[in-house]
Design a protein around this ligand. Structure first.
Ligand SMILES: *Cc1c(COP(=O)(O)O)cnc(C)c1O
Length: 490
């Protein structure tokens, strides 16, 4: 199809439209763009083909070469192709090869094939799904993907799910909705009067609350020093027996599905009904762990999660959707809209899902498209298999390392493994040896895992969150770790 075919017969006075369509500047821009997209896709493909064969962390020389980017902005324009070549030449070698099956840091997911391809195409669509009129296709796919997520996570089908830049902002959305709902029921309008003079909320979390949930509480004006933190058991889950039973209608509780170190989830069934009966609000931070609900084998670990008022989770972690993509879910749409509604001047009354009124952003990336593609490609059983498979790889990690005399610090509930390396096989993990093995392994490059602190002890955390990880990847990674350990001991 040539560009002139784009004209619809009779859509505009033919001669003026013809002139616009054949305008030399427009034609040159369009031709350049099409050429660049093809070139970018070719380079992306060649990057993917090569990334499996390189160290996971970039070479120090490649990182040092990034200094070439740090120059003053030049005065005039530069050829776009030159810019693309520079980006690929300097940038690609300095990436962390994180979607190749042997990156186990930070619960970062890999890239599902359908989702990655969708990102490439939809990036060129450049859609803003803030309102359906801005992008019928992005709005439709967002709605479909959100519905599928509720279905997979066994959350109430009447809840409202919207995409966010990550779980931190998904948690913030749920916490803000909870804060405003509690205060509204107590006769206080945050929208009108802010928090000045508002009734004080009681905020309760577990001792093992994720740092980003604390940040969200802080951003919501609730203050970290006022939070009550309930002790957790040996797995990192809240000890239900120690959860306060005197919560009231001004209590906001933030629970966790999937402790970032152990994968353990709080006892939802024991805690949530009482808090809600007494008029409180329960939000669940389920950045990755909530996805256990998508596996028939593992969903008992998050039993009762559906009882909460709001949830925050990620698509870019365990679901292997490209960055960035989180999901905020609120049981009652009115509770979400009270906090996020935009002025009626923008939102047409007929809009079923005006996203700018259902989240923290106005303009936004059309994030739902990639989750739609992932789910459309994998289906229910494919998602369950992804969850089960990565958990099985995590258990394999733990058993191989344990067999080699490495200390495994907590039971492997889901896809997270925590280990500490001793000064001799079979001994208790030693802080200095563990730190040295982490550093050596990152430098060696077969795999990548980072450090964490568990109950006051430094540990290596191995998070199996990439759909690409095979048993052979685990065996190769364990072999590399054991060699590094031996070298550190020598
Ligand atoms: C990763 C994580 C978060 C934060 O998610 P982002 O998508 O990085 O904002 C919150 N809670 C838990 C338990 C996590 O693992």
């Amino acid at each position: 199809m040539s560009l002139t075919d784009l004209a619809r017969p009779g859509a505009a006075p033919r001669a003026t439209l013809d002139r616009a369509l054949t305008n030399p500047t427009s034609l040159a821009l369009a031709r350049e763009r099409i050429g660049l997209i093809t070139e970018a896709a070719r380079r992306a493909a060649s990057y993917v083909a090569g990334a499996r064969h390189r160290p996971i962390a970039p070479d120090p020389e490649a990182v040092a070469a990034l200094d070439a980017f740090r120059r003053p902005l030049q005065d005039g324009p530069r050829d776009a192709r030159e810019v693309l070549v520079e980006l690929d030449t300097l940038g690609s070698p300095a990436t962390v090869a994180q979607a190749q099956g042997r990156f186990f840091g930070f619960v970062n997911g890999g890239v599902d094939n359908a989702a990655g391809a969708a990102a490439l195409l939809a990036g060129q669509w450049d859609q803003n799904p803030a309102l359906p009129v801005m992008s019928p296709v992005a709005s439709t796919l967002d709605e479909v993907a959100a519905g599928w997520v509720l279905d997979l996570l066994s959350l109430p089908p009447t809840a409202t799910a919207t995409f966010t830049p990550g779980a931190t902002l998904a948690n913030l959305t749920g916490i803000l909705a909870g804060r405003d709902a509690l205060l509204t029921r107590a006769g206080w309008s945050v929208n009108a009067d802010g928090l000045f003079g508002a009734p004080a909320l009681r905020v309760i979390t577990g001792e093992e609350v994720h740092v980003s949930a604390l940040k969200a509480l802080r951003l919501a004006g609730l203050g970290v020093d006022r939070i009550e933190r309930v002790p957790t058991d040996a797995t990192g889950a809240i000890d239900a027996a120690r959860f306060p039973t005197d919560t009231d209608h001004l209590t906001l509780v933030v629970l966790q599905a999937g402790n970032v170190n152990t994968g353990a989830s709080d006892p939802f069934e024991a805690i949530i009904p009482g808090v809600r009966e007494r008029g409180g609000w329960v939000h669940i931070d389920g950045a990755f762990g909530l996805w256990a609900a998508a596996s028939p084998l593992l969903r008992h670990q998050v039993a009762g999660a559906a009882l909460a008022d709001s949830w925050g989770t990620d698509a870019h972690k365990w679901l292997n959707v490209p960055y960035d993509s989180g999901i905020a879910i609120v049981r009652e749409r009115a509770d979400l809209e009270r906090t996020t509604a935009m002025s009626a001047a923008y939102v047409a009354s007929g809009d079923a899902r005006p996203l700018m009124s259902l989240g923290l952003q106005m303009s936004q990336r059309a994030r739902g498209i990639e989750t739609w593609a992932m789910l459309a490609s994998n289906g229910r059983s494919g998602v369950a298999d992804l969850i089960d498979r990565t958990c099985a790889r995590a258990r394999l990690f733990a058993s191989l390392l344990c067999d080699a005399g490495v200390e495994v610090l907590a039971p492997v509930a889901l896809n997270q493994v925590m280990v500490a390396f001793g000064s001799a096989p079979g001994g208790r993990g030693d802080d200095a040896v563990t730190a040295a093995v982490i550093e050596a392994a990152q430098r060696e490059g077969t795999m990548w895992a980072g450090g964490t602190v568990w109950k006051g002890r430094p540990a290596m955390r191995i998070s199996v969150s990439d759909q690409a990880t095979t048993e052979d990847d685990v065996r190769a990674s364990v072999a590399a770790l054991l060699e590094c350990w031996e070298a550190v001991r020598a």
